[in-house]
Design a protein. Structure first.
Length: 113
């Protein structure tokens, strides 16, 4: 399975970005998906997850600011990020929630004034 993340960039604190992840998986619609991030010098962490049925969960640090969604017809999962903070700076990846495919290249998000 190939995962292709996009949508990252440089944004000022308080700004917004929308990340996209295209997954080349025929069974995408029945697979729970998630967004992860890895900041420099830190371990990769789960940011948000969405089940095949649309249930969502978030790490506490992004609750109320980030929103995960999916479009099964497009085999794409999204991460809408609002009120961005410098501590959100990281490389963002998508992957399955309950197991891992090979990781994609990720998309860099930098929050800085």
């Amino acid at each position: 399975v190939q995962l292709v993340e996009s949508g990252g960039g440089l944004v000022q604190p308080g700004g917004s970005l929308r990340l996209s992840c295209l997954a080349s998986e025929r069974l995408f619609s029945i697979i729970d998906m998630a967004w992860y991030r890895q900041a420099p010098g830190k371990q990769r962490e789960l940011v948000a997850g969405i089940t095949s049925g649309g249930s969502k969960n978030y790490v506490d640090s992004v609750k109320g600011r980030f929103s995960i969604s999916r479009d099964n017809a497009k085999k794409t999962v999204y991460l809408q990020m609002n009120s961005l903070k410098p501590e959100d700076t990281a490389v963002y990846y998508c992957n399955a929630r309950k197991f891992f495919w090979d990781w994609g290249q990720g998309t860099q998000v930098t929050v800085s004034s």
